[in-house]
Design a protein around this ligand. Sequence first.
Ligand code: FES
Length: 137
Amino acid sequence: MPRHLVAPASALPPGGRLLVEAGGKQVVLFNLGGELFGLLNRCPHQGGALCHGTAVGLVEADPAAPGQIRYSRPGEILRCPWHGWEFDIRTGLSRAEPERLRARAYPAGVTPDPAERPAATTVPVGSSEGRIFVDMP
Ligand code: FES
């Protein structure tokens, strides 16, 4: 799976989002508490730009308390700006029909920071330390 280095790690702090290009595709990256996730910047409904979506939390009926709702995972559900379809940022799965609909998700992360490596570890020439990556199939 080709790895694309797209930005310095500092470009995407916790709670942030960043639109990048990787492998000829626009990918919107999210930093959820230090974990990075990538979604294709195109809603599967009619192509809305997911980078302009609103990040909300998960609202569910509380099975233990009929008539009550539960709110969790703040900022982890992305609402498309065009018609409001919602996707789980961690997986791309649609909230309404996860078995049938999804936003294309790409693995993303940060290459290790050389300052955090053990002293005995060597760093290869031309390495990509401290960069955000997106893996594309
Ligand atoms: S284009 Fe995203 S909900 Fe319609």
